[in-house]
Ligand binder design. Structure first.
Ligand code: CMP
Length: 139
């Protein structure tokens, strides 16, 4: 298995509900190493740029509004097979479908307010990690 990096975002809903520590604990408990971590209140252009692949989706405006509502915590994670392992740890996009023990089962509310984001491929992880941690995008 290759060592990979992936980007995690603890979303505004989870920050508002004091779930940063709970989510970080699940990440560390899953043996994903935290390379970088910081809190940032996204501007609208930052959120629109980050989610540009979704700009034609009907939920795009709602997504940008939500992601700029309050601060988020961005984390650069590293491990063998990190992208798939972190996605498994997050659980299904809709918390109602997420398995027991996942971040979204424990901390998500609905498909929009789902507590966390994770890169969906190694290629996107490089772009997303570089978006928030310039210089970390290449192993
Ligand atoms: P995320 O992993 O951050 O990637 C895109 C986000 O869009 C996703 O998590 C959801 O929070 C959000 N999303 C996906 N589908 C919907 C939907 N039907 N309505 C609102 N938000 C959605």
């Amino acid at each position: 298995m290759a060592i990979e990096r992936t980007l995690s975002i603890i979303k505004p809903d989870a920050v508002e509900h004091n779930h940063i520590g709970g989510i970080v604990s699940l990440i560390e408990g899953a043996d994903l190493r935290i390379l970088g971590m910081r809190m940032v209140h996204l501007t609208r252009p930052q959120a629109e740029g980050f989610y540009a692949v979704h700009k034609e989706r009907p939920f795009f405006a709602e997504l940008v509004k939500f992601m700029t509502r309050g601060p988020v915590v961005v984390l650069a994670l590293e491990a063998e097979d990190a992208v798939a392992r972190y996605r498994k740890l997050m659980g299904a996009t809709n918390p109602a479908d997420a398995e027991e023990g996942t971040i979204r089962k424990a901390h998500g509310t609905d498909i929009g307010e789902n507590a966390c984001h994770g890169s969906d491929s190694v290629e996107n992880a490089k772009i997303e990690v570089g978006y928030f941690f310039p210089g970390y995008e290449v192993l």
